[in-house]
Ligand binder design. Sequence first.
Ligand code: PLP
Length: 409
Amino acid sequence: MIRVNEHFSALQPSYLFSDISKRVAAFQAAHPEREIIRLGIGDVTQPLPAACVKAFRAAVDEMGRAETFRGYPPYEGLDFLREKIAEHDFGARGIRIGADEIFISDGAKSDTANIQELFAPNIRVAVPDPVYPVYVDSQVMAGRGGAPQDGRYAELVYLESTKENGFVPAPPNESVDLIYLCFPNNPTGAVATKAELRAWVHYAHERKALILFDAAYEAFIRDPELPRSIYEIPGATEVAIECRSFSKTAGFTGTRCAYAVIPHTCMAYNSSGSQEALNPLWYRRQSTKFNGVSYPVQRAAEAVYTPEGQSQVRRINDYYLRNAELIRREMTALGFSVSGGEHSPYLWVDVKMDSWSFFDLLLTRAGVVCTPGSGFGRCGQGFVRISSFNDFENTERAMQRVRQALEKK
Ligand code: PLP
């Protein structure tokens, strides 16, 4: 008899984005004359950098000629891209990561969801709250969540990100085996300092734990003192895997390219207590379940590292950061306490009321869509996430409407 994976039935339905769509659609149906501005989504709006488009086209042409046609790419990614990543994203910042420690993939979503396959079923997992839901749901599907309980899972350890800790949780007193950290954070926009990451690396060494560091938004960091990579912390190559993505950095959400770094020194323990390197295990996993990223996409990603690519990417990210600065200024002027938006495309606003009530208020009075913070976890209640992924003109208009609506309140 074919049986289902019953861990799926433990999954709590994620209504966040479908609820948002339903409420927006109902409002639009009742008020067809009102124009709605969406500051809720985490998807980019600026087109691919010109350097990437040029390289993408040239590679497609190569695929169309018999002399330059290529079949399956290597599972781990093409060397030209892995080498550029090692040199520019790490070497240039004084971090020694070899090209053979980099695995190209189709997204940080798949990497952060799949990496848990490398670990024993009974490990103890810590996740942030609020959280990018992929970390939690992929663990629940694998049976590590335990019973659902008041919007949480009994077996997971929640790292509460609150105003009091600046949305950067400290290591817990108890022992956990796998820890998800994400900085700059989705949804809070918080960025960890080197001292804060040092505490985590120290914890991981002490407790023989592993950190999964999601740096999907590192390109938005502007302060040179803030770490862009966990490998800026001494000892991290032994206890951390880092996931990065071209999605937000270079507008690749619809093109799909990302990478995971698994240093050769990064280990986990087997049942007899000896260490096993994770790099070959991940290679084994990827070569079994993944057939690589297409050649033109890898060429397009490589173009990010050309001088033109670098300045175009910087311009795109600065564009979103300008939106973020505007939102931050306006919301602060309206009396809200706002975090994020300085080294991150997301702003986390303390709205001092139920997240959904504020969402409805903004939608009905201003025609502006944000994301209720409660949808990202218990600690998100009372907050909303505002995204800077939009046109500057739309952002300006949205903020003008929010000001008018809230000043009238
Ligand atoms: N990690 C975080 C924290 C994200 O917010 C997102 C996308 O929103 C991703 C990973 C997914 O990135 P990708 O497009 O590379 O799958």
